[in-house]
Design a protein around this ligand. Sequence first.
Ligand code: FNR
Length: 426
Amino acid sequence: MPKPGRPRSQTAVERQREIYLDGVGAQRPLVPAASGESLEAAARRVMSPEAFAYVAGGAGLGHTLAANRAAFGRLQIVPRMLRNVEARSTSVELFGRTLPAPLLLAPVGVLDLAHPDAERAAARAAAALGLPMIFSSQASVPMEQAAAEMGDAPRWFQLYWSKSDELVASFVRRAEACGCEAIAVTLDTTLLGWRPQDLDLGYLPFLRGMGIAQYTSDPVFQRLLDEPEEAAAPSARPSLPAIRTLLEMVRRYPGPFWPALRSGRAAAAVRKFISIYSRPSLTWDQLGFLRAHTKLPVLLKGILHPDDARRALDAGMDGIIVSNHGGRQVDGAIAALDALPGILEAVADRVPVLMDSGVRSGADVFKALALGAKAVCIGRPYVYGLALGGEAGAGEVLRNLMAEFELTMGLAGCASVQEIGRECCA
Ligand code: FNR
């Protein structure tokens, strides 16, 4: 359980001391101190095989997952000495906000796979630290409910561009209304990648009514549900597992159970979601629609080519998140960290460039910043923390990453983020 009165901002030394002092009382941390393989292994022990496969899995043979890690492995920090790093500041400015560290919670869907409190718990963990959480389009909890956990702490919304422009506009309107401060449009998932871990289990959470809460809570989506469906193929006599899945869907659908079951609306919502959640025909021309529908900064997530970064600027976008979706989409894709320098060169400081995919330590955060990223998004590690200890577990993972980043920065000879540059790495 989280200890009440935990400081909102904790220095690295305080975090170390906390862990060591807890150890004196034989109290072990909720999560491993390293946020890589040991954290993943610990989470695996408490998650169902299906949930773990969905979170940990990557596309194809896992080459992109491996490339993300290998890229961090190739870059090496070259610490400098005698530079007075007694006072250290990890804070950064992003879209007018001062963040305590250059870290955001990446949009990760279906967080109830990790913990029943799902986005609510992650939102509280993020807010307690002042780190922005990016609400996923595929969340298990409507954005308004997650936002309600956050007070005035920063949050963004991640958009999957639906086949319905009206639904896109509605999502953006709701994001603005619940205090989101930026929209990140994810471009790399117009189709779901080939994910053997999930395919081998025949498991896709959305088909069980999981991860579609933004849709079922949306007035436009509800109206679309009222439209007559295309005739569904006649189904065979349902098996017992299929009936169980249907009941699961109904349980997750908002409102009372029996009407949702009897009317078939919960199952219809899943079918409607599948038919409209993504638009593979999307092109650059359509970004203007979003620009016209929001005053919020818009970032493009999933950019890996410098020419696409240039096009993003031409389209009036306000930022870029270099990402290969944590290796979940294209197997054999370029590591996000390897794509970063070319994109930074193309962008030439005109908008902030963030990155994610494979960040597993404070040292990784330092390396991404040394190449020129403004901040990084953390994906799986906080989800594993959530699986291990809900809000407190996710919070520990984030505090560990913040502490390790601060120590790495200081030990490398930098007193502030502004001092981290390309010369810090070989
Ligand atoms: C994701 N990611 C993701 N991205 C997005 O834009 N919308 C989404 O709904 C999701 N959902 C999602 C689910 C799961 C289980 C994972 C692991 C990832 C991608 C995510 O935002 C981010 O790009 C990666 O997770 C970053 O890589 P690491 O940190 O997980 O290696």
